[in-house]
Design a protein around this ligand. Structure first.
Ligand SMILES: Nc1ncnc2c1ncn2[C@@H]1O[C@H](COP(=O)(O)OP(=O)(O)OP(=O)(O)O)[C@@H](O)[C@H]1O
Length: 322
């Protein structure tokens, strides 16, 4: 399953983008990934969590990564962010292996704002808890950054530099954290639901800022989220994942459902259709497992809720660009 999307006019490419387009910003080739069990080995009898996953994004793209809880979005973003080791041929960011080439992250070219990042923040070379008694000014000015970019982000996120982080609200603290995460001019940004605490204005202004980063600098963003407010026209591409398999990857403008209904309704429709199939497959699998002798279940049976084989979902293959 190979999907390649060329940059579209809505990506805001300037003339100097010719070179950028030669090396895709993100390239995933037939990715397979399994979390190791306690013995460090893949659990026997289970299919890979992520399988047969291919997707290419050119510079300037904004891709929404959509899928049910447990679909594999965070896992995928972590792999792209170099947090999990995979064969370098399967995942390239800016033409390099994110796991093996640590300069991608240390240079700020690749930025991952996800789970662990929500609790701590990189400050002066250390990961420090975001709730410590320190001012927003000290945190934000502790990161080496272009002063104009810093001022712009402080304005976009409407940050009061005198805020003490241990006394402000969750949303205010999150603004400081997001500001710090965006201070370096990233080329590829991976966002794993970071806007949950933001109010409507902060979220809208941040989303607008991210659009300008792609249009003006050719940055590429993959954003995993369950909150679709304000995102109807935001993405250039939609990537829909179910059971670790890419079900749909298309330019947003090429998705017929989005011409008729909102992004939220569209996603709800996809999820409901897939949920019904997965539930039925789970039931079948459990019934089969119940019939087998207990000894056989050790290696080949019901896996406590996870399917031991993939269900063909209605979107499979035909919705992925080839
Ligand atoms: N460290 C781990 N070890 C083993 N399994 C894991 C680990 N992390 C996640 N998983 C499993 O991988 C599957 C996908 O998890 P993942 O966090 O990638 O899903 P997600 O799409 O981001 O879900 P959500 O929308 O709930 O954040 C889940 O079944 C989860 O239990």
């Amino acid at each position: 399953m190979v999907s390649t999307i060329e940059p579209s006019s809505q990506n805001g490419h300037g003339p100097e983008s010719q070179n950028r387009a030669e090396v895709p910003a993100v390239e995933i080739n037939n990715l397979h990934f399994t979390y190791p069990g306690l013995d460090g080995q893949p659990p026997p009898g289970m299919p890979p969590l992520i399988q047969d996953f291919s997707m290419t994004l050119q510079a300037g793209s904004r891709c929404l990564l959509i899928g049910a809880n447990g679909a594999g979005k965070t896992t995928l973003l972590k792999i792209l962010g170099g947090k999990h080791m995979v064969d370098p041929s399967m995942v390239r960011v800016l033409g390099r292996s994110a796991f093996h080439d640590t300069t991608l992250e240390s240079s700020g070219e690749l930025s991952y704002l996800g789970g662990e990042w929500r609790r701590d923040v990189a400050f002066a070379g250390f990961d420090v808890p975001i709730q410590m008694d320190v001012s927003a000014r000290k945190m934000i000015f502790g990161v080496q950054a272009d002063p104009a970019r810093r001022d712009r982000l402080i304005k976009v996120l409407d940050i009061d530099l005198d805020w003490r982080l241990h006394t402000v609200s969750d949303g205010q603290r999150r603004r400081v954290q997001i500001c710090m995460g965006l201070l370096k001019p990233f080329k590829v940004l991976l966002l794993d639901e970071i806007t949950v605490d933001l109010d409507v204005l902060a979220r809208a202004d941040l989303l607008t800022f991210l659009v300008s980063e792609c249009a003006e600098r050719g940055a590429t963003i993959i954003y995993a989220t369950h909150i679709f407010d304000g995102l109807d026209k935001w993405a250039t591409h939609i990537s829909y994942v179910a059971q670790g398999t890419l079900q749909l990857f298309e330019p947003a403008e090429a998705i017929p459902e989005l011409k008729e209904m909102s992004l939220m309704r569209t996603v709800e429709k996809w999820l409901r259709a897939d949920q019904a199939l997965v539930k039925a497959a789970r039931k079948r699998q459990k019934e089969e497992a119940d019939k087998r002798p207990a000894a056989m279940l050790m290696n080949n049976g019901w896996a406590g809720g996870r399917l031991t084989s993939t269900v063909a979902l209605p979107h499979s293959s035909n919705r992925v660009l080839r």
